[in-house]
Design a protein around this ligand. Structure first.
Ligand code: GLC
Length: 755
């Protein structure tokens, strides 16, 4: 989709208008035809002009990194610029949840999965903007955040880095994140393209997935993000897709991404093991290899060779790779630099991070993303366990999860930078990840205990580290309320063995004791038990019936402590909703186990992924996709749906806050497509996050464009909206028993290949 730059059009029209008004003496207005030139065209023209001045060696220099660790300012990647042509260095840093470069003061934001749980696209824009601003402040040209691989496999060690199980939620959130980052004149990335949905054997695993599932699920968040966010960078992934390495896969990179979706940016390899052959990669559509090296023939990091330096030059000179392909690679890089204003104003290193702004946004995201999963009244009382009333609570026992010092953060490239003694690393045993790097759970100095004490200054607050379940139960027996922190550390390079809370035997890197046993022991004695989860993905909860409240705080970032306390004491009303399903047990998952020997990952479940799986197989999840409680309640009524001539469906309903305090509701709209076409029972087609005062009602209208109702026709390889009768539901989760519904008969149509 060509994006036009309004300021360019405006300035063009303005100059014409001024000429018209001021340029002639007579009163009749002159009409001037103005060649309206948009930012894309200007970028393309400037790039072509510069390309024509470049030598072969200069072109080669721009399509590969100069080697791992070659950046003068740290980060992950470095493409040397060409000063004689005014082309700046292009320096990349990992930035999934914040700029992951040590000792820079960069903000450790809540995990991307937490952001998804906010269901707030404007917050996603702010999230991307802050990261873009901090990247640029530190001198980086490109951020390598932006993972949108769907949570088909919630045990995936990088689930925390991604945006959940639904393609529309992930696609809309990543779109705004991209727009936010690129508004700061920094290149944004969307990754890992594609079907890189688990870490086991990630360099060699082969995702075997049918075309319809590929298009309606795995690729859809990328399609939404690319078409609506126009990222400058798409990072192709390590794995194979239907037998071909993703970074050497012409169906993915050229047929679909470039030709069908109109992507005009750079396809960049993931680091090291994503490219195995120069010519297939270049021909398939790869435009840049990272981290590259200054000499393909010399083994680099880990003894690995690179493929896009002399090897590519030789392939060009021999004609194995056409010159036009190299020129296209370079054009894509240059136009991106022009389009995002980087040629005009390259970032400069040495700026100072605005920690106040970063901390404020980190806390806002944390508070908007935490999900209140359960909130019941203890036996014999009429008030729910949460929010805590500081005025009446005399004693609080806080247990486990290193809550005295920190909150958990994810590991690997999508983790958080180290600074100010943060993260407080290796409070537990370190482990060897992928047989390559030693790692352990990373903790951020933001103490929930301190924040809880601050909220209840008159209460006696005690802390036990959780290693002694008996002592914890004893403390719980006398406390007015007991808050148990439970954690699940995730990292790139490894998958979880199970969704059970890790314990000292299954996962020594996380906690040195059995967390499920601890919670059960406490719940058996406590007057009121609140569990706070700090997890990267879903967890199972064998103790759920015995606790009164559960708050999912994800990896809550550098302000996680105060944010958790604000929700526990009701300063902030929870409004997060699950971006992925929480199953009762691992055995409820489509893929029963992940074996270390797995190489072929077969997507047998097809379209039935995530909540689609549980719905299609009538499996009751522990907590469904879209679930999240508030300290108030909401009611849905009066739903209607109407379709216009273009096939847009407008769904309207009344939302009422019928509880006792203000709150925000993520009102979700799902569609049941016509029967007999192989679709899951329903799909998310839209939502709105609505803030309402107690007693307030409002009419909510959600427009569902035909694209949201389309299925992929594998014979014609195109999107089409099936004709027939649809039912639309509006509710507070994918399984809201009080959801309202309305039916519409919709004419079928083929969807244009570009949004
Ligand atoms: C990694 C990751 C990728 C990251 C890159 C640079 O292995 O897969 O997400 O951006 O290397 O660190």
């Amino acid at each position: 989709m060509q994006r036009t730059h309004l300021s360019l059009i405006a300035s063009a029209l303005l100059s014409a208008g001024l000429a018209g008004c001021g340029g002639s003496s007579d009163s009749t207005p002159t009409t001037t035809t103005v060649a309206v030139v948009d930012a894309d065209t200007v970028a393309d023209q400037n790039a072509a002009a510069l390309l024509s001045q470049m030598t072969l060696d200069e072109k080669i220099q721009l399509v590969h990194g100069a080697g791992f660790g070659s950046s003068p300012i740290g980060g992950a990647g470095f493409v040397a610029g060409i000063p004689r042509l005014g082309i700046p260095d292009i320096i990349s840093a990992d930035s999934s949840g914040g700029v992951n470069v040590d000792k820079t003061g960069a903000t450790s934001l809540p995990s991307p999965l937490a952001l998804a749980a906010s269901w707030d696209t404007s917050l996603a824009n702010q999230y991307g903007a802050l990261i873009g601003k901090e990247l640029r402040t530190l001198g980086f040209t490109e951020g390598l955040g932006g993972g949108v691989n769907l949570a088909r496999e919630p045990r995936n060690g990088r689930t925390f880095e991604y945006l959940g199980e639904d393609p529309l939620l992930a696609g809309n959130m990543i779109t705004q994140r991209i727009i936010g980052t690129q508004a700061q004149n920094v290149i944004a990335t969307i990754k890992h393209f594609a079907v890189n949905d688990q870490e086991t054997n990630r360099f060699t695993s082969n995702a075997i997935v049918d075309e319809r599932t590929l298009r309606e699920l795995s690729l859809l968040p990328f399609e939404i993000g690319v078409k609506n966010g126009a990222p400058g960078n798409v990072m192709c992934s390590y794995n194979l897709v239907n037998g071909v390495k993703a970074c050497q896969n012409s169906y993915l990179l050229t047929d679909t991404l470039k030709n069908e979706w109109g992507f005009k940016g750079v396809v960049q390899s993931d680091w090291f093991m994503a490219v195995t052959d120069t010519v297939p990669a270049a021909i398939a559509g790869l435009d840049e290899e990272q981290p590259g090296s200054l000499d393909d023939s010399v083994p680099g990091f880990g003894g690995l060779k690179s493929h896009f330096n002399q090897s590519l030059k030789a392939a060009i000179q021999s004609g194995q790779v056409p010159q036009s392909r190299l020129d296209d690679m370079v054009l894509r890089k240059l136009r991106t630099l022009y389009k995002l204003g980087i040629m005009a104003s390259p970032p400069k290193a040495g700026g100072t991070i605005d920690r106040t702004a970063g901390n404020a946004l980190a806390q806002q995201v944390a508070e908007q993303s935490m999900v209140l999963l359960k909130n019941a009244a203890p036996a014999g009382t009429s008030t729910t366990a949460l929010p805590l009333n500081a005025a009446s609570i005399k004693s609080i026992a806080v247990i486990g999860g290193h809550a005295d010092v920190a909150v958990l953060a994810g590991g690997g490239s999508g983790g958080s930078p180290a600074q100010d003694g943060n993260p407080v690393t290796c409070l537990d045993t370190s482990i060897l990840v992928e047989g390559i790097f030693s790692a352990c759970a990373t903790w951020y100095k933001s103490s929930p205990l301190a924040a809880i004490q601050a909220k209840a200054p008159n209460a006696t607050v005690t802390y036990l580290d959780g290693t002694d379940a008996t002592a914890a139960a004893t403390a719980a027996a006398t406390a007015d309320v007991t808050i148990v922190f439970a954690t699940q550390w995730e990292s790139e390079g490894m998958d979880l063995a199970s969704l059970s809370l890790p314990n000292h035997t299954t996962d020594p890197s996380n906690q040195a004791y059995d967390q499920d046993a601890l919670i059960s022991a406490v719940a058996a004695k406590a007057k009121r038990t609140v569990v706070v989860l700090e997890t990267g993905t879903a967890v199972t909860m064998p103790w759920l019936a015995n606790v009164h409240a559960v708050l999912e705080s994800w990896y809550p970032g550098i302000q996680g402590g105060p944010a958790i306390a604000n929700l526990l004491f009701g300063t902030v009303n929870p409004s997060g909703k699950l971006p992925l399903s929480f199953p009762v047990a691992d055995s409820d998952l489509p893929q029963k186990t992940i074996a270390p020997t797995d190489v072929n990952v077969v997507y047998n479940e097809g379209l039935m992924m995530g909540y689609r799986w549980y719905d299609a197989h009538q499996i009751a999840p522990l907590f469904p996709f879209g679930h999240g409680l508030s300290y108030t309640t909401f009611a849905y009524s009066g739903m209607s749906s109407a379709t216009d001539a273009a096939g847009n469906v407008t769904v309207s309903f009344t939302l009422t806050n019928n509880g006792s305090r203000a709150g925000a509701e993520v009102a979700q709209v799902y569609a049941q497509l016509p029967s007999g076409i192989g679709e899951p029972p329903k799909r998310l087609v839209g939502w709105q996050k609505v803030q309402l005062a107690a007693g307030q009602s409002t009419k909510v209208s959600v427009t569902v464009p035909p694209q949201q109702l389309a299925i992929w026709n594998i014979n014609k390889h195109q999107w089409k909206v099936p004709a027939g009768s649809y039912t639309f539901y509006a509710g507070g989760s994918s399984r809201d028993a009080n959801a309202v519904s309305s039916g519409s008969t919709i004419a079928g149509q083929v969807i244009a290949r570009k949004l």
